[in-house]
Write a protein that binds this ligand. Structure first.
Ligand SMILES: N[C@@H](CCC(=O)N[C@@H](CS)C(=O)NCC(=O)O)C(=O)O
Length: 204
């Protein structure tokens, strides 16, 4: 059985959902202790103190995108198509979520935690909003999913990230909200939400 070090609703939830999608059991290991601090167990397996950490047979794999690609390939899931242009586009959007959109949220959080000014937070939020506008423009051209008619792992990570900010911080287009609804309705997503105790009160 896999082990997954996670924080509730964090990027690790995308890996958790993929494990559900490919029908694998997972032992969830909380990355935080009861006081909300990073757990000693997490810091031992990942001294950088980040989730997700996926453990298979005692071996840790770091980086969520690598974990998602590994699992989809191993279990032959169409959530990452096997070859060609379809695969290239799915990877493009997965990397957009992992390497562009996720760090945009991280920058805002780091600024807020370290006394960044309102102006700085506003400037970085504007960059993040541009990314959501770019997603909406793409979905209008070729939705309902990021890669067109077929859902991919990128849609799952996009939806997880799309629920991090408080309502009203970002504006999501109609097509983006439709994508969120479709992805959240998937049984694998619902199962992960229930297991982590995550609740989305309203569409982002
Ligand atoms: N590129 C990394 C990013 C991981 C990451 O930033 N995870 C966040 C949770 S969404 C985290 O662990 N934050 C705590 C920290 O950076 O100290 C990955 O995909 O695994």
């Amino acid at each position: 059985m896999y082990q997954l070090y996670y924080f509730k609703g964090a990027c690790s939830m995308a890996v958790h959902i993929i494990l559900n999608e490919v029908g694998q059991d997972v032992e969830l290991v909380p990355g935080k202790d009861a006081s909300g601090e990073k757990s000693a167990e997490l810091l031992k397996i990942n001294p950088r103190g980040q989730v997700p950490v996926l453990v298979e047979g005692g071996n840790p794999l770091y980086e969520g995108a690598a974990q998602i690609i590994y699992l989809c390939e191993k279990y032959k899931s169409d959530l990452i198509p096997a070859s060609g242009w379809e695969r290239a586009k799915a990877l493009q959007w997965l990397m957009f979520c992992n390497a562009s959109l996720h760090p945009a949220y991280s920058r805002v959080n780091i600024l807020k935690r370290n006394g960044g000014s309102d102006e700085q937070v506003k400037a970085f939020r504007a960059i993040t909003q541009d990314m959501w506008d770019y997603v909406e423009k793409n979905l209008k051209a070729e939705g309902p999913y990021l890669c067109g008619k077929n859902v991919t792992a990128a849609d799952i990570l996009l939806t997880v990230i799309g629920h991090w900010a408080d309502p009203g911080v970002y504006t999501y287009g109609e097509k983006t909200k439709e994508l969120f609804s479709k992805v959240i309705a998937r049984p694998a997503y619902q199962k992960a939400m229930a297991a982590e105790g995550v609740e989305y009160k309203a569409a982002a």
